[in-house]
Design a binder for this molecule. Structure first.
Ligand SMILES: [Zn+2]
Length: 72
C-alpha cells in the first residue's frame, strides 16, 4: 500500500506527466510521477523512452555514416 505524503490518500497507480529539466545550456526530457488524488509530484526521473529514442537515432546515424563511407 502506498500513501501520498501530501494528501495522505492511498494510491495504487501514479499519473505520469512529461516535463523538461532545464540546465544552464541544456534541457532533457523527464517524467514526473504524480499522485492521482492531489496531483502533487512524487518523483521525477529521466524519460527512458526519450533516452531510447536518442540512442537509436545516434546508432542509426552512425550506421548510415559508416555505410556512406563504405566502412560497414
Ligand atoms: Zn496526494
Amino acid at each position: 500500500m502506498s500513501l501520498c505524503p501530501y494528501c495522505k490518500e492511498e494510491f495504487t497507480y501514479v499519473v505520469s506527466v512529461g516535463v523538461v529539466v532545464m540546465g544552464h545550456d541544456t534541457h532533457n526530457h523527464a517524467v514526473s510521477y504524480n499522485c492521482p488524488h492531489c496531483e502533487t509530484s512524487l518523483s521525477v526521473t529521466s524519460d527512458h523512452h526519450e533516452v531510447q529514442r536518442d540512442m537509436i537515432t545516434a546508432v542509426v546515424a552512425a550506421i548510415k555514416d559508416g555505410s556512406a563511407r563504405g566502412a560497414v
